[in-house]
Design a protein around this ligand. Structure first.
Ligand code: AMP
Ligand code: MG
Length: 569
């Protein structure tokens, strides 16, 4: 993170020197990074919030909480519902530093009351957004923020504005028959994964805090008639905007075209100042930008092995950010057909390998909604841009994963395709395999077969991967790979560095999140804390945390929460 001279209380601070902002001789009494930051960090309750969305766009005149169909409005103002005994369970130090917000010192701090929905800071004008969506391929009508409430906007230290949004803060106009709450297990999963994704370099919404509410929430986790009370929680999410494809789709569905134009103009104004001043074709340029950003997000998901699990159009961000972490999962054994979401078990619509084409399908639904504003040809050009951009990035990322300069020709494509085929044949950990591939000695002199294969052993879940026939095929592939590397000209150190920057060592594996949940439900947040720390540096070897980079243990193979998740949250 860059430290700016304006932020610094101490003109001779070495961190400003490091950033190149000033040049002085640092002394031994210089402040530590946290002391440095403390000077400009402020308590949440003292901050002044803005709310351009509410200020400039039409809302629902009704401010009550009861569920209803809303028309001719983009949002409904609503106050969060109070909770009984909030406790701060987790706090994102990196995000707080970017925003200049101090960690609350105690659970009875005013800041914790705000993060729990019991109080508001100056300028906050809470609202729930109106949106619809296509769910599992069908139009679902009005959905909306049924349990998310946006509090207001804040300027980060880099000058970028972000919104703070509580998830699980009680009912809104869009709660339908549900309670507006969220349970600890799903909230912890969202908090952990969105911060991990950020550090992995994947575009995502962020999470500032995780608060337990002190109230119980009843959920039937497997939808099998066994409802039980679980601890409730609230995540404070942070993003420049939480608008989804569905915010536009609902307006198209009801013929509210003027409102749609207003929403799009305000989005472009607020989030894409580079596209201003408005020109006639600005809407089309914006759509193409979104298509490209979505391609980038999906290419990253495929690179790191992330499966969103519920890619409905109401869960697709108009900024190309990963949003709404529900029954997501991380690939363990490489399997394009895998989905963690039990609700999707029959169809596998949102399985890992389908994500690129589902994103395109979703963009096409959005394009359909935008027809009153943008002509068909321009929309189709945007969808084409998605295809081209996804293909380009996918190749670039996999070239990085293999440590070659580019997937340059049909031979390279076969090399990659054959490898993925091999990985799918026997249960092979996607993360471990690619990370370890960098360690396979690839100089021409290394002819010892055992030496070539040994680094990859840790990636196999069963003895099948170590059978002679399988080893022979893998060896054959490794020798082809070696010839390709020799032709490419990267030396071993450069190849490894390139691969290590594309292949994370640490990802928030499903079972690790579950271990953090088990502990947190017993009042112990140390497992979560450790994961958060390690996942801040996912591409670095951290020898003391080797256990967090290991294969999923067998006990987790069929345990609910580790291998299968429902939408119940
Ligand atoms: P999700 O599957 O979490 O993306 O949610 C789909 C829709 O259901 C959104 O409109 C959510 O706001 C709504 N929803 C999910 N859970 C709840 C809940 N507990 N209370 C109210 N609305 C909910
Ligand atoms: Mg959602």
């Amino acid at each position: 993170m860059r430290v700016d001279i304006e932020d610094c209380i101490e003109r001779s601070c070495p961190y400003c020197v490091a950033s190149g902002a000033i040049s002085v001789n640092a002394d031994a009494d210089a402040p530590t990074p946290s002391e440095h930051l403390a000077g400009s960090m402020r308590a949440l309750e003292t901050l002044q919030f803005d709310n351009r969305f509410v200020r400039s766009l039409p809302g629902d005149p009704n401010q009550e909480r009861h569920s209803r169909e809303v028309r001719n409005a983009l949002y409904s103002r609503v106050q969060p519902s109070p909770v009984s005994a909030p406790r701060l369970l987790a706090w994102s130090e990196p995000l707080a530093a970017e925003l200049g917000i101090q960690r609350p010192r105690a659970d009875d701090d005013a800041a914790v009351q705000i993060l729990a929905g019991n109080a508001l800071a100056a300028g906050m004008q809470p609202y729930a957004a109106r949106y619809g969506g296509h769910q599992f391929g069908s139009w679902a009508g009005q959905l909306g923020d049924g349990r998310a409430i946006t509090l207001g906007e804040l300027e980060g230290r880099d000058g970028q504005r972000v919104e703070l949004q509580l998830k699980g803060a009680g009912p809104t106009a869009y709660s339908r028959r549900s309670d507006g709450r969220a349970v600890l297990r799903s909230s912890l999963r969202e908090f952990l994964c969105s911060e991990a994704m950020h550090h992995l370099g994947v575009p995502t919404t962020r999470a500032l805090s995780l608060v337990s509410t002190g109230d119980q929430v009843v959920r039937d986790m497997l939808y099998d008639g066994n409802a039980r009370a679980e601890p409730g929680a609230i995540v404070t999410r942070v993003a420049p905007s939480f608008l989804r494809f569905g915010n536009f789709e609902i307006l198209a569905a009801h013929g509210e075209h003027e409102l749609m134009r207003q929403l799009l103009d305000s989005l472009i104004n607020d989030q894409h100042p580079e596209l201003a001043p408005a020109r006639a074709e600005v809407h089309g340029i914006w759509f193409e930008t979104l298509c490209r950003r979505t391609a980038l997000m999906i290419a990253h998901w495929m690179r790191v092995g992330f499966v969103h699990g519920v890619m409905n159009t109401d869960n697709m961000s108009v900024l190309g950010l990963t949003i709404d972490y529900g029954p997501y999962g991380w690939l363990e054994g490489f399997d394009p057909d895998w989905t963690p979401n039990t609700t999707d078990a029959g169809q596998h619509r949102y399985a890992f390998g389908r994500q690129p084409q589902i994103a395109l399908w979703n963009l096409s639904r959005l394009a359909g909604a935008l027809m009153p504003l943008i002509d068909r040809e321009t929309l189709e050009a945007g969808l084409d841009a998605y295809r081209v951009e996804y293909d380009r990035l996918h190749r670039a990322f996999y070239a990085g994963k293999l440590g070659i300069a580019a997937i340059a020709d049909a031979d390279d494509e076969r090399l990659l395709g054959d490898l993925l085929g091999l990985l799918g044949e026997v249960e092979t950990d996607y993360t471990i395999f690619f990370r370890r591939l960098a360690q396979v000695p690839m100089t021409a002199s290394s002819d010892d077969e055992a030496q070539l294969l040994e680094p990859l052993d840790a990636a196999f879940y069963t003895a099948e991967g170590r059978q002679p026939e399988q080893r022979a095929r893998l060896l054959d592939w490794l020798l082809r790979y070696r010839r390709r590397l020799a032709a490419g000209g990267l030396d071993e150190a450069a190849r490894r560095a390139r691969m290590d920057a594309h292949n994370p060592k640490y990802v928030p594996r499903n079972y690790l999140a579950q271990l953090a949940i088990d502990a947190a439900e017993q009042g112990d947040t140390s497992v979560l804390e450790r994961l958060l720390q390690v996942l801040q540096r996912p591409y670095e070897d951290q020898p003391e945390h080797e256990d967090l980079a290991a294969r999923r243990p067998e006990w987790a193979r069929h345990r609910v929460g580790c291998s299968a998740l429902s939408c119940s949250s």
